[in-house]
Write a protein that binds this ligand. Structure first.
Ligand code: SDX
Length: 394
């Protein structure tokens, strides 16, 4: 085990920080949350247990879990003024635009969050963010489709409550299908944290100045939104819809290889994984389970995705560049099978990743040796020069 964490000096000099939360070995396709393999966490724990693990460093006892779940439950509601604020958006606003705005606006409601040096204030801010993101996500969805907001229910567990807020209506009783609850819970676990990815690094950099956690998480949501990052699940499903048929796969594979074509195979490739993303493997398994349980195993997009993956993995370009399916390749198909609209995929990703973001933010801000982030550059502009004497006199 100790061998796993020895780094060559070259790597040490490039590392942006030290962290004890998540470990990735991109060559071996290994992902650990606080030392536990993602494969075990995704199949033997629920999202609240994994959230506790990421925040506190250990899996909770049943008593600790009950206390944590209750603490989260008592922060799920939004201030009514925030709901008024949200109602100022256009109905067709992208849910991520609403989340960036509303999460940032939480800064205006919790003045105690401004003092990030206070441990209790930090704890309360982290609970508020974990608890309110599902409520904000669900409200953004309801607002988008013109349905009334559904308030959180304390008698439901975290993921059931999330689905209930998304899909319950005044006219029909909504009882979440256990298959859907379990699948969404697993999606949340798989997206909860991922070391120093672009959005987590954004949260850390913003937080290093002492900015309040709500503003920092809003910055993380902004970064995650990009199609090269968390927006890839939505982009991947749109790509599969555009490809439409197995007969057109090769045309898109060739486009992805063409340097002059900006098209990228969405859901393929990764900055760190040069082997299978273990989350993609788990997501594919979840896909099979959900589609079988829901009688959708002939889903055309899933079959298209399987064929696309097979062809790409046999293609010399993808083999040579070590491009494998990442977490986003199958997550859109699973979410679509769960009845979640494409426009909400990245919002669901942000809701899950908020746990990792707050854990990483807290780890950084709690470090007594922490300093403000200050990336440096290689200057490639003009050398020193003076303004000509006749400047401005012509
Ligand atoms: C996430 O960092 C994280 O941990 C992120 C994430 C998390 O949990 O936070 O894992 C979540 O963001 C997953 C990635 C989701 N994005 C996509 O699926 C979008 C499609 N993927 C690509 O845009 C791309 O693979 C990136 C952005 C993910 C990585 O791009 P890089 O940094 O260019 O990857 P690379 O250096 O390994 O690329 C090697 C080569 C390059 O070509 P050359 O410059 O060597 O000629 O492969 C090419 C790339 O252009 N390449 C692709 C490709 N991905 C990389 N070519 C075609 N299709 C692709 N998808």
């Amino acid at each position: 085990q100790s061998k796993m964490f020895t780094y060559d000096p070259g790597f040490v000099s490039t590392a942006s920080c030290k962290s004890a939360i998540t470990f990735i070995d991109g060559d071996q396709g290994i992902l650990l949350y606080r030392g536990y393999p993602i494969e075990q966490l995704a199949t033997r724990c629920d999202f609240m247990e994994v959230s506790y693990l990421l925040l506190r460093g250990e899996l909770p006892t049943s008593t600790q879990k009950e206390q944590f779940v209750n603490a989260v439950k008592h922060h799920t509601m939004l201030h009514e003024q925030l709901i008024k604020f949200l109602s100022g958006f256009r109905r067709d606003a992208h849910p991520m635009a609403v989340m960036v705005g509303v999460v940032g606006a939480l800064s205006a409601f919790y003045h105690d969050a401004m003092d990030v040096s206070d441990t209790l204030h930090r704890e309360q801010s982290m609970l508020r963010l974990i608890a309110k993101l599902p409520t904000i996500t669900a409200i953004a969805y309801k607002y988008n489709i013109g349905q009334p907001f559904v308030y959180p229910r304390n008698n439901l567990d975290f993921t059931e409550n999330f689905l209930h807020m998304m899909f319950a209506t005044p006219t029909e009783k909504y009882v979440p299908n256990p298959v859907i609850v379990r699948a969404l819970d697993r999606i949340l676990i798989l997206h909860a944290d991922h070391e120093q990815n672009a959005s987590t690094s954004t949260v850390r950099l913003a937080g290093s100045s002492g900015a309040n956690p709500f503003a920092c998480i809003s910055a993380g949501i902004t970064c995650l939104w990009g199609p090269a990052h968390g927006g890839a699940n939505e982009a991947c499903l749109n790509m599969l819809e555009e490809i439409g048929d197995v007969s057109r796969i090769n045309e898109y594979i060739e486009r992805a290889k063409d340097k002059d074509d900006p098209f990228r195979l969405m859901g393929f490739g990764h900055r760190v994984y040069k082997n299978f993303d273990p989350r993609a493997t788990l997501m594919r398994e979840t896909c099979h389970e959900v589609l079988d349980e829901l009688g959708l195993h002939n889903d055309r997009l899933f079959k298209l995705a399987l064929e696309l993956e097979k062809i790409a993995l046999e293609d010399d370009y993808f083999i040579e560049k070590k491009l494998y399916p990442n977490v986003d390749f199958y997550s859109g198909i699973v979410q679509r099978a769960l009845g979640i609209p494409t426009s909400m995929f990245t919002a669901i990703f942000a809701t899950a990743r908020t746990v990792g973001w707050v854990a990483q933010w807290n780890e950084m801000i709690s470090d007594p040796e922490q300093k403000i982030g200050r990336p440096r550059q290689l200057y490639v502009g003009p050398p020193h020069r003076n303004i000509p004497d006749d400047h401005g006199r012509s």
